[in-house]
Design a protein around this ligand. Sequence first.
Ligand SMILES: [Fe+2]
Ligand SMILES: [Fe+2]
Length: 169
Amino acid sequence: MGIFTKDVKTMDDLMLHSLQDIYYAEQQITKALPKMIDLATNRDLASGLKLHLEETNKQIERLDQVFKKLGQNPKGTDCPAIDGIIKEANEIAGEIEDKQVLDAALVASAQAVEHYEICRYGTLIAWAEALGHDDIVRFLTTNLNEEKAANTKLNTIALRKGVNRKAAG
Ligand SMILES: [Fe+2]
Ligand SMILES: [Fe+2]
C-alpha cells in the first residue's frame, strides 16, 4: 500500500485497492508464465502451466467485469508481494542446471503464486460480501476456484506425475 495508504479511507476503498493489487498481479503472472513454460521439461507441468496461462487471461477479463460493475476503470497498482514471488522464482530457476530439479523448483514457485492468489481472492470475496456487492462475488469465486484447481494440479504433478521422484533420484 505504501504511499497510497492515505487514499484508502473506507472499506470500499480498501476493496478497490485490493482489486487493483490482484489485477496487477494477474498481469505480472501472464508475463512470468511463458518463461516458466519454456523452462519446464515434464510434459504435464508444461501443459498445466500453459492451460493456466489461458485461464489467467480469462481471469483478467473477469476482473475487468468486476471493475465495470463497481463503476471503476480497470487499473492495477504495484504489488511488491507478487513481484517478489516472481523475482525469487526467476532467481532460483536461473541457478539450477539439472532439468529434473528445475521442474521441482518450477512447481514450488508456481504453487507460491497460486497460494498468493487464493489468499487475495478469498479476502476479496469476504469483503465484497460484507459490503453487499453480491454482483461481483461470482466473478471472484470463479477466479478463486481456478487458482485452487491449479494448485491441486501442481500437487498432483509433483507427487504423482514423478516430478519430485525424478528430481530426488
Ligand atoms: Fe490468477
Ligand atoms: Fe493462478
